[in-house]
Write a protein that binds this ligand. Structure first.
Ligand SMILES: [Zn+2]
Length: 70
């Protein structure tokens, strides 16, 4: 399962999603609700954001800190 996304540090909203890079595994797609994450494409930068706020569009976190679960 994807990690639970934290509240937005900018607006405090709980409506945040995890940004997933690369090709999600089949299990991830099957076991997760689509609203819980968005696909960020094949970004390779370790500084790429990993969380996205649906309320204020803020993105934060670093890809290099994202737990490996795929
Ligand atoms: Zn926000």
């Amino acid at each position: 399962m994807p990690p639970k996304s934290p509240n937005c540090p900018e607006c405090g909203s709980e409506k945040t999603v995890v940004i997933i890079y690369g090709i999600p595994g089949q299990g991830l797609l099957t076991n997760s609700k689509k609203s819980e994450f968005i696909i960020g494409g094949c970004e390779k930068s370790p500084d790429a954001p990993i969380y996205h706020c649906k309320r204020c569009k803020n993105e934060w976190g670093k890809l290099i800190d994202q737990p490996k679960y795929l």
